[in-house]
Design a protein around this ligand. Structure first.
Ligand code: GDP
Length: 197
């Protein structure tokens, strides 16, 4: 898929005020600092579409962008930042849950995972929740350029092993780097294929 246009639509904390669910929608989510803004900017070829936040965990907004006038890319707040208080975290889960369960055109949640880390309980818990809620998702590994091939393969294998403890099959997976643009065509083609049904 070629990106011809990428436009900001609206930011919200209230899922009810998001744009009408009238196009295919893909939401990007992950722990704070995972590289979500960098990945969104890389995918859309915009240096500043998603704002890279200097204060992780601060922006708690659902941001809708419309791509090629055809589908929504949604930038969701990061989770799991240590300084976010427990009650704030619960609030986060509340409106994210509500958003995810209410969007009938949410075709896939892209769960971003820092490939340098060993499998994290928060990410596993979140993917399990998506699974039991029947929300399709894909795993998007970020910052692949920071590892050599041997370590990269080892970390990916560790994630797959961990997933297979609770899943019979693995979700789609993408290995990406905002620096080298690895994974860009794969993700855009994946979205295009789903859009074309
Ligand atoms: P967000 O909080 O998830 O939106 O994360 P950001 O996109 O702001 O990225 C957090 C930090 O990781 C920044 O310093 C980025 O420059 C860096 N970063 C993000 N993606 C990559 C990547 O693919 N490769 C490398 N080397 N650094 C990255």
């Amino acid at each position: 898929m070629q990106i011809k246009s990428a436009k900001f639509v609206i930011s919200n904390t209230d899922p009810a005020k998001c744009p009408k669910s009238d196009r295919p929608e893909y939401a990007f989510i992950g722990r704070s600092n995972v590289g979500k803004s960098s990945l969104i900017n890389m995918l859309t070829q915009h240096k500043k579409l998603a704002k890279t936040s200097s204060q992780p965990g601060k922006t708690q907004l659902i941001n809708h962008f419309v791509i090629n006038n055809e589908w929504y890319l949604v930038d969701l707040p990061g989770y799991g930042y240590a300084k976010v208080m427990r009650n704030q975290r619960n609030k986060w889960m509340g409106f994210i849950r509500e958003y995810m369960l209410s969007r009938k055109n949410l075709y896939c949640v892209m769960v971003l995972i820092d490939v340098r880390l060993e499998p994290q309980e928060l990410d596993m818990d979140f993917m399990n929740w998506l699974g039991v809620s029947g929300i399709p998702f894909a795993m998007v590994f970020t910052k692949a350029d920071k590892l050599g091939k041997t370590q990269l393969d080892k970390n990916l294998a560790a994630y797959r092993r961990e997933m297979l403890k609770s899943w019979e099959e693995l979700p789609p997976q993408f290995v990406t780097s905002a620096t080298s643009e690895a994974g860009k065509d794969e993700i855009l083609d994946f979205i295009q294929q789903i859009n074309e049904g």
